[in-house]
Each structure stands twice: as structure tokens, then as C-alpha cells.
Design a protein around this ligand. Structure first.
Ligand code: BG6
Length: 295
């Protein structure tokens, strides 16, 4: 495992394992929950509370290979979101192996890890930064992405997103709340700017929307599993809701044709008009807290 050799696992709480594709994987456990992440991409692939269904969706066709993003879980999108000519889609953070920097002590209520993205060859204009990721469990799952502008003189402008794939029993029995009244760009309709009119958003076809200026909590109501997934955040002004539906699913080699029925992405970040511009030496923290509640 690519980690600082002085970092030891914590028996019963933090384990270092070989994951799919023999990529290094870390398992975190508390009395009530467990999570798994890959150093590849700093990518969380599993979170489950005792006696409940998993919270995150992971495609059965996901690749686990260098230079490919894992399909499902929570890809870390940085320093740009979406396409960028000549560069990989959704930035480079999800394509590289992160370094393990710290494991949090057993015995405390909070157990977790801190990772750091090493310098990457394709950094280009994004070379003066430090990106750190902290993943921890207590009664909920907390993910924090901390980006620091390490330049002594230049501003750093970038996008971030915790591109979270949630597991649902049946997308036809799901609604999403917390976005009513927000403006969004509809990617399926030539990026037209629209206003969300629904209290309960239903997914009944391809949905690919960037909701702007949406710092509040969003909930996924899943009557199939009889639960709500609550996504609370801070330092995030954008929310993306995505489901590829039938045609797009068929076009994705690492996503099974019918998997759109069992997932929805509700992504928290800072995208487009909400992108972050940091003065030299400053940091920005994106925090997402994911919990489950009965319906
Ligand atoms: C979403 C975008 O966040 O990610 C979609 O809004 C995109 O447009 C989707 O298709 C998946 O992207 P990728 O690169 O992981 O296939």
C-alpha cells in the first residue's frame, strides 16, 4: 500500500486490505457502521449502517484500474467538473492514487483517515495547491475536501464536487427534496437555465441538472427501502442531480444497462458560477455529512 510506513492499522477499526484489481483499500469500522475506500482516487466505495442496506451504489461493472475512475461510491472531482478539452473528464483527482497521511484513533467516537493528493504530472495550471481528504465515521459519514492555494502570489480558481452515487431500491419510488425554487442548468436541454418548481423531485427519465446557489441540505426519500438519505453540507453552493436513465446506461461500458434503476447521484460541490477562487495562501473546505433516517 502506498502510504507512510509509520502509519499502522488500528485493529478492529481501520484495516489495510487488497481491494478489487489489487488496488489498496482501507476499511473503517465503528460499532454501528462501516466504510471502505480506495487510495485510487481517494474514492469511497462503501458505507453501511448496521442492519441497513448500503448507502452508496457501486456498479457491478466498475473498473478498478489505474487511470480509470471507479463507477459508483463517491468520486472526488477536482480541479474541474465536466469536460475540459485535452484533459480528462471531471478533473484528475479521481484518477490518481492518494497518499494515506493519518488514521484517527480507535476508542474515540470518530474513526477515520486523512489522505493527500500527491503532485500529478498533468497538473498544468493547477500545480500550486494542496488537496486533502478526510473521511470519518461517527453516527454519520463525514467527508471533507480541503484545498489550499500554496502559491505565494497567484489566485487559484477551481471546481470541486463529491460526486456521490446513492443506492435506492427502485428509482420509480424515489423523490428528492430540498431544491425547490433553485435555479438550475439542464444539461439534457442544452444547458437551459430553469427554476425547480417541485417540492418532491421525481426521476422519470434522464436527469442531469446543475443546481446553483444551493447550500442547504438535500434528502433522498426512498419508499422502497423505507428510508431517507440526508445530505448536509457546508462550503458547497452547487448540487448536481444525475441519473443516466436507459440510453445513457447502455452507452457506459462500466455501468450495467439496468443499474439506473438502483441509483441516483446527488452531488455536492462548487461548479460553474459557484467555482471557488482562492487568494494566495488561503484554503477552502467542502464538507458533506451523510446520514440515514426512517421515512
Ligand atoms: C455527472 C454529470 O456529474 O457525471 C454528467 O453531470 C456525467 O453529465 C456524469 O455524465 C458521469 O460522468 P463520468 O465522467 O463519471 O462518466
Amino acid at each position: 500500500m502506498a502510504k507512510d510506513n509509520s502509519i499502522e492499522p488500528i485493529p478492529g477499526s481501520v484495516s489495510f486490505l487488497d481491494g478489487a484489481g489489487e488496488l489498496p483499500k482501507i476499511q473503517i469500522k465503528t460499532a454501528n457502521s462501516e466504510a471502505e475506500l480506495y487510495l485510487h482516487g481517494g474514492h469511497l466505495t462503501h458505507y453501511q449502517r448496521k442492519g441497513e442496506q448500503p448507502v452508496l451504489f457501486l456498479s457491478q461493472l466498475s473498473r478498478f484500474e489505474d487511470r480509470h475512475a471507479i463507477r459508483g461510491g463517491i468520486p472526488v472531482i477536482f480541479p474541474w467538473f465536466g469536460a475540459r478539452e485535452g484533459f480528462p473528464m471531471h478533473g484528475f483527482a479521481r484518477l490518481h492514487e492518494w497518499e494515506l497521511k493519518q488514521v484517527f484513533p480507535a476508542g474515540s467516537k470518530k474513526v477515520g483517515v486523512r489522505l493527500c493528493l500527491p503532485e500529478v504530472p498533468e497538473g498544468g495550471i493547477f500545480s500550486s495547491f494542496k488537496a486533502e481528504l478526510e473521511i470519518s465515521l461517527d453516527d454519520s459519514l463525514t467527508i471533507e475536501l480541503l484545498v489550499t492555494n500554496t502559491s505565494s502570489s497567484e489566485e487559484l480558481s477551481f471546481e470541486t464536487c463529491l460526486h456521490s452515487y446513492f443506492l435506492v431500491k427502485d428509482i420509480n419510488q424515489v423523490s428528492i427534496t430540498g431544491l425547490k425554487g433553485a435555479s438550475y442548468l439542464d444539461k439534457t436541454d442544452n444547458y437551459q437555465r430553469k427554476v425547480e418548481s417541485a417540492e418532491n423531485i421525481k426521476i422519470q427519465g434522464e436527469v442531469d441538472r446543475l443546481y446553483l446557489n444551493t447550500p442547504g441540505a438535500v434528502e433522498i426519500h426512498d419508499s422502497g427501502f423505507g428510508r431517507r438519505i440526508r445530505i448536509e453540507k457546508s462550503g458547497s453552493n452547487s448540487t448536481v442531480v444525475w441519473n443516466p436513465w436507459i440510453k445513457k446506461s447502455e452507452q457506459m461500458p462500466d455501468f450495467a444497462n439496468d443499474e439506473y434503476l438502483r441509483m441516483v447521484c446527488v452531488e455536492s460541490g462548487n461548479i460553474g458560477d459557484d467555482r471557488i477562487t482562492l487568494p494566495a495562501g488561503k484554503s477552502a473546505k467542502l464538507q458533506v455529512v451523510i446520514s440515514t433516517l426512517p421515512l
